[in-house]
Design a protein around this ligand. Structure first.
Ligand SMILES: [Fe+2]
Ligand SMILES: [Fe+2]
Length: 374
């Protein structure tokens, strides 16, 4: 390694070397030896070195050990404990010629230990080597910093892209939801209202601690938004059934039941077009679509699941969905007041509904009453 390489690493900044020695003769001798390769500062004590370092940050320090006031070993302890100076390489240049002192000096953080008298050319070469190493270290630190900045920018770009995708998904979702609502204008507003009822129930679940184990990892906001697709399968149900102004016949009702499984396959198809990190939203939507008409006693549809075999999301959604149907006007029925809807839900505990979720409903029922006109 040569000084040219050091200079290539730091082209505009010649290395600065501080020499600390209480002997003026030594100072002069070392300064002369170092002058060809660096801007050299010579001081006669460690205190003067610290004073100087308030103005000049050296690339390397050549430090004597035996000095009055602060000796070289104490000086290096101060340097290595400072966040500003700890990275400056220190070479001991001393007449203390003992293996113990050398080991102590290196243990305290010195990069080299050279004893006097020394051969000037040898000293020069050893200093050059440490300057080169220091320049390479600096270059690596700069590269690492650049890499970190690059990573930060990359993460930002990925986040921006993800947000774009998310916005696009949201607008697709809005369109699908609008389509469902427009197909089913008899129950207009059902999607947004059930989302609100579901929100009250999810809040109640969290506050009560009921099913805390199962809900600990839930993303409430994601479940709420995904609930807007719970009736998406109604897109495929005929107008004659969907908009029938009277109660459905048995056959028609069987057809209507298909909106759950059709909804699941529509969601599957949408999910397959999305990047895998967006699947969780659609997974939640699928669970709600296919299970919101299941009943606790197994008499629901499409699969007749019983009790806790019904995913918890579906058990919660069932109450939100039925409550909304009860308080809404249909061509064949008037809307029920909140109190009656509340009684019907409570009576359904253990048959239609999960009794524990009904307990949650009772806790937050006042919110339903307050918001039903909204
Ligand atoms: Fe439904
Ligand atoms: Fe519904």
């Amino acid at each position: 390694m040569t000084f040219e390489m050091t200079q290539a690493a730091e082209p505009d900044r010649p290395p600065k070397i501080i020499i600390v020695d209480d002997s003026l003769t030594n100072l002069k001798f070392v300064k002369t030896a170092m002058s060809p390769i660096a801007e050299v500062y010579a001081v006669t004590s460690a205190k003067k070195m610290f004073d100087l370092m308030e103005k000049v940050k050296p690339t390397l320090i050549l430090l004597d050990i035996t000095m009055p006031e602060i000796n070289g070993l104490d000086a290096i302890k101060i340097l290595k404990s400072s966040p500003f100076y700890s990275d400056i390489p220190v070479i001991f240049l001393t007449s203390v010629n003992s293996k113990g002192a050398e080991l102590e000096g290196l243990c305290l953080g010195a990069v080299d230990y050279i004893t006097k008298p020394f051969e000037p050319l040898l000293l020069l070469k050893r200093v050059e080597t440490h300057l080169t190493l220091q320049a390479q270290k600096r270059a690596m630190e700069r590269q690492s910093l650049e890499l970190q900045n690059f990573n930060v920018n990359l993460v930002k770009m990925v986040a921006e892209e993800a947000e774009k995708v998310s916005k696009m998904q949201f607008s697709v979702l809005e369109t699908v939801v609008d389509l469902v609502e427009s197909r089913d204008d008899i129950t207009g507003g059902h999607i947004s209202r059930t989302m609100k009822w579901l929100g009250f129930l999810l809040d109640g679940l969290e506050e009560s601690g009921i099913y805390a184990e199962l809900t600990r990892d839930w993303n409430k906001k994601m479940i709420l938004h995904s609930s807007r697709l719970h009736d998406v399968g109604k897109i495929s149900i005929s107008d004659a059934i969907l908009k029938k102004p009277s109660k459905l016949t048995g056959e028609e009702f069987e057809d209507m039941k298909r909106h759950t499984t059709i909804g699941a396959s529509i969601i599957d198809r949408i999910r397959d077009t999305l990047p895998s990190d967006n699947h969780e939203f659609m997974n939640q939507a699928r669970i709600l679509a296919v299970t919101h008409h299941e009943k606790w006693d197994g008499s629901g549809y499409p699969h007749g699941l019983v009790g806790s075999n019904i995913p918890l999301q579906g058990r919660v959604m069932a109450i939100a969905d039925v409550y909304d149907a009860l308080i809404s006007k249909r061509p064949y029925k008037n809307p029920l007041p909140h109190e009656m809807a509340e009684s019907i839900i409570i009576e359904g505990a253990g048959s239609h509904f999960d009794p524990y979720i009904v307990e949650v409903f009772k806790l937050v029922s006042w919110k339903f009453a307050q918001n039903r006109a909204c």
